[in-house]
Design a protein around this ligand. Structure first.
Ligand code: SF4
Length: 327
């Protein structure tokens, strides 16, 4: 990602949007080596070039999957081993991680570790799990001379005790984005900040301000695939819906949308009027669809700028259901 000048598009597979050919082209451009597309060979090339950096670096900066209060340890979970290079080879190790990553005991960490690796990559354990508990001691063969842990708050404690508190349970496994139909279609960069996918749609507005991430809580079908797969049971669709409500309450949505929602609520609470309005809408929609039964343009709606909308059947679901029952 650094060679490409890009940011990660996934929290555990940062280069998931790159093909092996993309990586081959990047390596030719930056390493000036013959082009290769075999994944093993590409990995060996990455290792060769990275190792020089690890061996000459004065300071290694890592994240931290968990902090364990009982022992003062930092837990790192990786599959590549670069985490160990970063934390043991340079003279100084700096770990930066969020304040919500603190776990009480090692036993808690072992439980959460099982959840993390299973949900993240389907592994029962990742290739490397490292516990760093301070710098090198006298007699130790390796390790940094200094170790510093930076605990980031940046809005996290502000969520405690609010209706968004459940989002702090996130263990960054990535399962919610892997299962999200929106993420699968638009990719992680479209979410515009650190965290993509459903958890990004919840965390980003909370950390950078609802007005600065106006589209994110709406970038969801609320299908609840994310809520089902989340190993720590964060009710992601509920949290997104609450953020939508806050947007409306604070007047952040366009007035046409707010008026539309008010009208919708008024109609939806009156079954007779609802039946009449939907009967009319179904018939109008059917006739607008024409012979090919597709609506090509909806005035004032960007949705149909890039795609067609299938026209309704001409009758409402309730009418069709009643007809089927009679027959
Ligand atoms: S919200 Fe749940 S599924 Fe998504 S990254 Fe966090 S822990 Fe994993």
């Amino acid at each position: 990602m650094q060679l490409a000048g890009e940011k990660p598009s996934h929290i555990i597979a940062p280069a998931i949007h790159k093909s092996r050919d993309d990586v081959a082209d990047l390596f030719v451009q930056h390493h000036k080596t013959p082009r290769k597309t075999d994944i093993g060979e590409l990995t060996m090339e990455a290792r060769k070039f990275l190792r020089e950096h690890f061996l000459s670096g004065e300071m290694g900066i890592s994240g931290g999957n968990f902090l364990i209060a009982e022992t003062g340890s930092l837990m790192l979970v990786t599959n590549e081993g670069n985490g160990r290079m970063t934390t043991t080879l340079p003279r100084v190790h700096v770990a930066i991680t969020g304040i919500e990553k603190v776990l009480p005991t090692l036993e808690d960490a072992s439980c959460i570790l099982r959840l993390l690796t299973r949900s993240a990559t389907g592994q029962s354990i990742s290739n490397y799990v490292t516990l760093n508990t301070g710098p090198k001691r006298p007699g130790d063969l390796d390790g940094p001379e200094e170790m510093h842990v930076i605990i980031v708050d940046a809005g996290r404690t502000g969520l405690l005790g609010t209706d968004m508190q459940e989002a702090l349970r996130c263990i960054r496994c990535g399962a919610c984005m892997n299962h999200c139909p929106v993420y699968q279609n638009i990719g992680g960069h479209a979410y515009g900040w650190v965290y993509p996918g459903p958890i990004g749609s919840v965390l980003t507005p909370n950390y950078i301000g609802l007005e600065n991430a106006i589209d994110l809580p709406n970038a969801a079908t609320l299908c609840n695939q994310c809520g089902v797969v989340c190993p720590v049971k964060i009710p992601l669709p509920d949290l997104m819906r609450k953020l939508r409500e806050k947007q409306v309450d604070r007047g952040l949505r366009p007035w046409q949308e707010r008026l539309g929602l008010k009208l919708w609520a008024w109609v939806a609470k009156r079954p007779g009027i609802y039946a009449l309005v939907t009967r009319i809408a179904a018939r109008v929609g059917r006739s607008v669809g024409g012979a090919d039964r597709m609506i090509h343009r909806l005035p004032g709606n960007g949705w149909t700028e890039g795609r067609d909308l299938p026209a309704p059947a001409g009758k409402t679901f309730r009418e069709l259901y009643a007809e089927r029952k009679r027959s």
